[in-house]
Design a protein around this ligand. Structure first.
Ligand SMILES: [Zn+2]
Length: 285
């Protein structure tokens, strides 16, 4: 067993100061991808996260996960902000754009690589199909089929075998050169001092991978909370098509912000069906 690497001072300075246990400042965030307008599922998660931190006088940040540039839709970043404001979900500080942190993520990748914490992996999606987690194929520099074909590698984190989270070796740099979501999100959560992450139940699987990354960076992971998926009035899970309904469709049906907040709060089990309420009323409850 190697001792844990000491983290680089010049990179550590860019992270939020570590909190002591007595420091009770709560900080949450909403981090949508700008691939289109927010749908009800996104908005319900945003409301859950907002209420979770604001009830404890915490800070709520808006971060745009726009690293995957080809999928970014023009106008989506502005539309996200407008939708949140219309609902009364106001964030603190400037909007954080992940695309502006690219160089910083790559500095961390270089450091991780120099420390021997990453290894190149040329397994394809098909090579790994049906496996619950990465089996460590390329860990020892295995020169299997993918290597013979000269495929570009992704870079995986060498997660210790005794890792309690069971994530397997997490991809931190994708084969197409993009910084992987799991690294960017962990670094940004550290940079902003995020203490509480609320996200949809469907993202539970990402938690193990992120916990492994926090562990390698010797940083405490935030508390992860999961918001229920969007349900209809009968308590049934909405179909994919209905879930993708955005605010515009609701406004066209004659809904105002109070109707929509009531609907989202109902989805979170906070109010009876058909309630009209504002964000402030939910906070005062
Ligand atoms: Zn591999």
């Amino acid at each position: 067993m190697h001792p844990p690497p000491s983290l680089p001072a010049h990179l550590l300075d860019s992270l939020a100061p570590r909190r002591s246990a007595s420091d009770a400042l709560i900080c949450g965030r909403f981090a949508p991808s700008p691939t289109g307008s927010l749908h009800l599922g996104n908005l319900q998660t945003a409301l859950a996260s907002f209420l979770q931190v604001r009830r404890r006088q915490g800070i709520w940040r808006l971060r745009i996960d726009d690293l995957d540039t080809p999928r970014t839709k023009p106008g989506a970043i502005k539309a996200i902000q407008e939708d949140l404001c219309w609902l009364g979900l106001e964030w603190d500080g400037p909007v954080i754009l992940q695309s502006q942190h690219r160089g910083w993520y790559y500095s961390w990748l270089s450091w991780l690589r120099r420390e021997g914490l990453l290894f190149p992996c040329r397994c394809s999606r098909r090579d790994l199909a049906g496996l619950a987690r990465y089996p460590g194929t390329c860990r020892q520099g295995d020169r299997g089929w993918g290597w013979q074909q000269g495929r570009l590698p992704s870079w995986r984190l060498r997660v210790p075998n005794h890792d309690p989270y069971g994530s397997g070796d997490v991809v931190l740099r994708r084969a197409d050169g993009f910084v992987a979501y799991q690294l960017a999100t962990v670094l940004d959560d550290l940079r902003c001092g995020i203490t509480d992450v609320v996200r949809g139940e469907d993202l539970r699987e990402a938690e193990a991978a992120q916990r492994s990354v926090f562990a390698v960076l010797q940083a405490p992971a935030p508390t992860f909370h999961y918001a229920p998926l969007v349900m209809d009035a009968q308590g049934e899970k909405l179909s994919k098509r209905d879930q993708s309904t955005g605010l515009k469709a609701l406004i066209d049906q004659g809904c105002d912000a109070l109707d929509v907040i009531g609907q989202l709060a109902f989805g979170l089990g906070l109010v009876p069906h058909g309630t009209r309420c504002s964000v402030q009323e939910l906070l005062d409850r």
